[in-house]
Design a protein around this ligand. Structure first.
Ligand code: ZN
Length: 311
């Protein structure tokens, strides 16, 4: 199995893993084509924080002799800690103790979601998600949830009790690049399911069957059909034989508050979390709640297109 492409590295010239806690790392994210010579030796993996090298080393070279695009790579190191961006195993990060796992949650390494907000919070102003800055916390879109038993122990079958958030897909989109390689554990009914957007985010254009396990999907908004209380938002789909298409539905008040309107959002990318059901000849994810949908900020559209399913 191919290794995951490392979509970005953290550049911090002052941080030294041997001396500094992860909380002190300045998370300036750099993509392979943003690389400059002075960054050499100061790039850190967004998943394990070990050093990364940029290949090729010459910042001016964007494509290698074999035709592959410039990329980030770990140093070969037999003793390196587990990293899902280094290994082809998909087992996820494991921790030795509850304390260690709690620290990972605090460091935003591990995201624990006990649910997505079902209703828009009262009296909350709408945050500007298309701004240039990357806020790490979005208070209006998250609140503390209960402690959740998460299977991230190194010992099979053991779980750790970890603090959770009730949050929104919009909140994940706001820091999309930072969240792209993060392990996200979500309580779904009585299970805790693990997602990482770099492999689990799927293009809605590829939906061709019902799926009762909720997943993350993205798609370009091509049409919005408005009814009295709700709307159907159609996402780009190849329109297979028999007029198979794809849509989501949500309340007009939530869609308006999120800026998902004809005037504002055609050609923008919608991200949602949910199950897939049949409607007519096509498919949909019906009755999306406030926290289950979000518009991807424009600044991440190229990032998503450049990294989606690329090795
Ligand atoms: Zn790594």
């Amino acid at each position: 199995m191919a290794l995951n492409r490392i979509a970005y590295a953290y550049y911090d010239p002052n941080w030294d893993r041997a001396q500094h806690p992860i909380a002190l790392l300045v998370r300036t994210s750099i993509e392979p084509l943003d690389y400059l010579a002075h960054m050499k030796g100061h790039l850190h993996c967004p998943s394990c924080y070990e050093p990364l090298i940029r290949v090729p080393n010459d910042p001016a070279v964007a494509v290698m002799a074999n035709g592959k695009k410039a990329l980030f790579r770990h140093f070969p190191d037999e003793d390196a800690p587990y990293c899902r961006l280094r290994s082809s195993q998909m087992s996820g990060k494991k921790y030795n103790s509850e304390e260690e796992a709690r620290q990972a949650v605090e460091d935003q390494d591990l995201v624990i979601i006990s649910g997505f907000m079902q209703e828009r919070p009262e009296n909350q102003p709408r945050a500007d998600f298309d701004g240039e800055k990357e806020p790490l916390e979005t208070e209006f879109e998250s609140e503390d949830g209960p402690e959740v038993a998460v299977p991230v122990s190194r010992h099979d079958g053991e779980t750790f009790k970890l603090p959770s958030k009730v949050t929104s897909v919009q909140s994940l989109c706001t820091n999309f690049r930072h969240n792209y390689h993060r392990e996200i554990h979500i309580v779904v009914e009585d299970q805790v399911l693990r997602y990482v957007l770099d492999v689990d985010l799927q293009d809605a254009a590829e939906i061709v069957e019902v799926n009762h396990e909720p997943k993350f999907y993205f798609g370009e908004i091509v049409r919005i059909k408005r009814y009295d209380f709700s709307s159907h938002v159609f996402l780009r789909h190849p329109h297979l034989a028999g007029n198979v298409d794809f849509r989501i539905s949500a309340s007009n008040s939530d869609l308006d508050a999120r800026g998902i309107t004809k005037e504002n959002s055609l050609r923008r990318i919608l991200i949602f979390f949910g199950v897939i059901e049949e409607i007519g000849a096509g498919y949909w994810s019906p009755n999306k709640k406030w926290g289950e949908i979000g518009l991807l900020p424009r600044q991440y559209e190229d990032f998503l297109r450049a990294n989606y399913k690329k090795e």
